[in-house]
Each structure stands twice: as structure tokens, then as C-alpha cells.
Design a binder for this molecule. Sequence first.
Ligand code: HEM
Length: 432
Amino acid sequence: MAEKIVVEFDQHSKEYQEHGMEIAAEIRTKCPVTWSENYGGYWLVTALDEAGAFYKRPDLFSAAKDIDDPESPFQGIQIPNSAPFVKAGFLEMDPPDQLEYRRILNSFLSPAAVVRWEPLVREFTQACLDDIIERGSGDFVEEVVNVVPAVLTLAMIGIPLADWDVYCDPIHANVYTPPDSPDRPRVDAASMEMVMNLMGAIAAARENPRPGMLKALIEAELHGESLDDTAIMLTLFLVTGGGFDTTTALTSSSWRWLAENPSERDRLTSGDASLWDTATEEFLRYFTPAQGDARTVTQDCEVAGYEFSQHDRVLISFAIPNRDPKYFEDPDTVKLDRFPNRHAAFGLGNHRCIGSNLARMQFKAIMQESLARIPDYAIDYDGLERYESIGVINGYKAMPFTFTTGAPQGPGLQATIERWQKILDDEAAASA
Ligand code: HEM
């Protein structure tokens, strides 16, 4: 039986933000599974073998925080809970119900299904760039990569595209605003507005269903019964939360890295198209937008030589195993052509990201359009702002940049929203 080794580790600390992977590498040499006394105490898993072994045993490592009351809407996949303290839909459920929810959404997120959305992603990226191109400066996070995933996700759900802003601000701000922040009341008010909008969208779709995930959820049955509004809302919370901020974090981190590595940027933009495939996986591995989630031990057990007690909390990192030297040669270096690259950035086991095909498509489309349109950009470091804690999402609040001005090639964001809304409305009318 492995000894319980106590380490000093806090995924929300400034040290983790700045030197997380060095700290983790040192911890890993002590033991792949260690114990941190922070936040009431939790196990920390830092090696890929153990992360895989634990994530693949939902019977022993539950995604529900409160294993005595897993139906409660107050759970928490993070340590400590991130606000707001509501359950992130089926991410915080265990099989078989969790798998039933995935079954409802799977057909919208298959490789074949996401292809139809690529023109929307490319057009909205161009529309965002059209709005800033004459200025010669902008904020890549605020004005490009916050916008495109939000509009796309609403289109796929079946919510009016013009509402993207109602969802965008609270979803990002909830990730980076701690419960004690002075900005919390504003973020809570914005979250409430989003909930009201979502409830309105559910009511409207019950009256007048249109193609998309929302209609599928309304028509679905679980244990022979329809889903109620709360179950649908929590599922859509998860889809929006899961889809927006992770994609924004991946694109913005990669955008900065490519600005700082111009020869690699040239190699990517002028090279073989297949380099985009390996580069996408490498950026996912290296930046790991979702850094890790927690599980709760369901019963006293021994797994992989470690002894766990019922109710123990376990933080199973994705980011740290993604630098595991056993699986990744020279793990702290970005190699655009790294292959094989069996990273854990989309998770491991039964909760593995259901949106991975969509994420990959979006990443490539946004980056390719942006790099082609403004190839000579530079980051403005004075305004660059990383999330205060990257323990949940390794993202940026702001990423100002400058570039050579140009002429708009299209009508900009507002008109593009109207154009695509018309396309979706016509499709809905045709399918009614
Ligand atoms: C770069 C982008 C993305 C990354 C890095 C990412 C990462 C992850 C990870 C690590 C998990 C597993 C969490 C766990 O096991 O605790 C997950 C689950 C999930 N992701 Fe993603 N994700 C991304 C994009 C998306 C997109 C675009 C969607 C939109 C549909 C999405 C929807 C979800 C959902 C619904 C789950 C829960 C799956 C389940 O519990 O069965 N994700 N994601």
C-alpha cells in the first residue's frame, strides 16, 4: 500500500498560475497520488496512468459531490465549489442517467453533425474581425473568441442568436469571479438574467419547437418520463458553460503562443494542412483549458495501490498528466507535429468531452480565419489579463492586440447575426 504523502499544493494560487507545471513535476517525482491539506483536504492525482484508472471507475469515484444526496441541485465538480453552486447538469451525474443524457445530445455533436456549422464559425470570425479591422487594434478575447463560440452554441441549441451577449458575460465571469469578489453581485445579477432568458427559451420551444438540442431535450424521455424545465435548464447550462469558456481559453492561449513564436506561426500557416490536426492536439495538451475536475469516493476502497475512504475528495488533474514524461517526450515543449499525442485535455472515461469534435472544428476555423486576415498581429502586454485563478479554466480575461489596418470585407457582427437568424428561421419553418 502506498504511503499517504502530504504536499503543499493549491491549484488556485498565484504560484500555480505562474509555475504550476514545475510544481507539479516535482510533486509527481514524490508520488503520482498525493494529499493536499487545502480546502478541507483532497487527493491530488498527477500521473496519466492513475488519472485514467480513477476517471474510468465512476462506481468508486463519483462525479456527484454529495454522494449521500446525488439528486440535490447543489453539487460542485471543483475544489472548492465554484460559484454559482448549482449542479453542472449531467457532468455531475454518474451512469446510467449520465449516459442517457449523452444519448440525447450525441447526434448533434458527432463529427458528421458539426461539419454543417463550420461556415457559421468562419463567417462569424470574419464578422468580428470586420468590426475591428479599420481600428488596427482590438481585444482578441472580448471581440473575437468570446463571441464566436457563444453564437454557435445558441444556434445549435435553438435560442435566438441576438441573445448571445446575455449568455456570454455571465458564463465567462462565473469562471473567473471568486465568491468574495466585489464584482460578484454584478455577475450574480447577469447570471439571473441568463437563467430567465433560458427559462423563456424553454417555454417558447415548448410552444413552438424548432430544430436543435432544446427540442431534442423537450422530446426526450428518462425513465419513461419527460424532462422538466429544471433538468433541461441544467443541461443547457452545462452545454453553454462547457462549450464557451474552454474554446475561448484554447484559442486565446494558442493565439498568444503563435504571436511569441513567429517561425512556428509561419510553419503552421504555410505548411501541410495536416499540421493543423497535430497542432490542435498539441495546443490542447500543452494549455489544457479545463485543468482538472474532482470526484468523491463512494466507498472505502483500494485502487492502484492507494487506500481511499468514503467521502474523500479527489482532484484528478488533466493538465498535469498532460506533462507526464512517461507518455510525452520533452513534455514542456510545444511540438506542432507531436504524434502520437494521447492527451487528457478532453477528459478520460465516461465523462469524456461530448463536444470534442465541435471544439476541434471551431479551434481550427477561428484560428485559420484570424491568422489569414491579420497575419502580422502583436499582443499588447500592458492590457493582457489572465484569469486570477487558472485552477478551473486556463484562460484570459483580456488579450489586447494590434495589427495593420485593413478594409472590412463583410457587414460586421450585427448584420451577420441577422443573416444567420434568417437562415435558421427559414430552416425551422421548412421543418415544421
Ligand atoms: C477546447 C474545448 C473544450 C475542452 C478543453 C473541453 C474539456 C472537457 C473535459 C475535460 C470534460 C470532462 C470533464 C470531467 O470528466 O469532469 C468535458 C466534458 C463536457 N464537455 Fe467539453 N471541452 C471543450 C469543448 C466543449 C464544447 C464545444 C462543448 C459543447 C457542446 C462541450 C461540452 C461538454 C459537455 C456537455 C461535457 C460533459 C460530458 C459528460 O459529463 O458526459 N465541451 N469537456
